[in-house]
Write a protein that binds this ligand. Sequence first.
Ligand code: F6P
Length: 467
Amino acid sequence: MPRLVVVSNRVAVPDPTGNRAAGGLAVALREAFEAYRGLWFGWSGKVAAHPSTEPRIVDKGQVQYALMDLTSLDRQEYYNGFANRALWPIMHYRIGLSEFSRADYQGYLRVNRTFANALAQLIRPDDLVWVHDYHLIPLAAELRAAGITNLIGYFHHIPWPAPEVLGALPGSRELLRAIMDYNLVGVHTERDADNLRRGLIHDLGAIQHKPDVVEVDRQRTRIKGFPIGIDVGEFQRLAGRSQSNRIIRQTTDGLGSRKLIIGVDRLDYSKGIPERMEAFERFLGTNPDQRGRVTYLQIAPTSRSEVPEYATLGRVVNETLGRINGTLGEPGWVPIHYVTSTYQRSVLAGLYRLAAVGLITPMRDGMNLVAKEYVAAQDPADPGVLILSKFAGAAQQLKAALIVNPNDKIEVAEAIREALQMSQEERVSRWESMMSVLQAQDVSWWAATFLKELTSNKTRTASRASV
Ligand code: F6P
């Protein structure tokens, strides 16, 4: 069995008590690391004045962690700058928010080169290399330059936009060129895969070989959709055990007979939080009988606060919230509860189960795992209703949700009313249909399918055809 080398910007090292990190990529890769021995390489999350060019190795048995520190300039230019101020908005179709700076772009390339040079020393001939996310698009090109010929896969966890949108970003052709150094590129949906293939054809004159192989300058790569899933059983268990948790008991008592609507998102403009609050305001405006009968809980942990656009969003959310609660609230009822703390997965699972409605309306999202977790956490006999943005990757799979356009507050408000009035029979039938998708394409399916494709003859043949 080859060794699996995972590379990502953030690395989830288990804490000293042996607890495994919860959430996101850590959970997604857990099972892959159980099947393969592994090395996980990336940023330590720390800044140092003079970081070593060699990683610090933390050995945890089956998985070794190799951690690189950054300088504060690296963090500013690579992470806050190019990755999160230029690329992130473009990838989420927000051209107007994208702030390109040549210095940031150089910092992004510099960190990718430093990472590649350090990683190249650790890679063995049979290792499978799997790079994750937009922070590290040029990594394979830098590894190739350092002489690495292993199979290298890339998974893009956020949307891949249409060529006309990506093309607005200076440097986008170089990023597309760098994509070609991967043997297999995974995105969440076929729409994203199609956007990336069209971008390569449109901007680099790529030739498409059916169905998923593209060729540029006699170099070939495969591009495919692999929708990421969740650990369904784990989420069901967490939700089922949650009633004894203090926060869940307090929330249940506080609600009384009121129904709960829940949204959980990082505080990010791609999530559509102010727009969602205004849709809820509209719902209360058009359904005055519902005032005092329903509470919307928005959990939005603060994120990337050094990036100015995130600070602006924080102010907009506070203003929107204050206005709605001030004008519609009553002495005994606050329409929107808003918290910016981070909660454990067990607490989130319990809150999802309490909520009659999961209101997940991002303006754009690669997948959105909260939508999937909300569904998995429901009581099978009396499940809640998922309202889901058509711009979340999850909408391609969870077709039995109430699918809405997050830009249309009237439509979202009507979906809230429909969800709150939906019969138990219809709720159960929609939930069962969504659960069957979640179970068939769970997180282990996702990791195993990507790695199987990476090592498949199809991928090897496409790579060999590159000359
Ligand atoms: O979904 C994209 C992503 O970058 C994930 O890789 C990451 O876990 C999440 O957003 C949070 O972002 P950050 O690492 O910037 O806090």
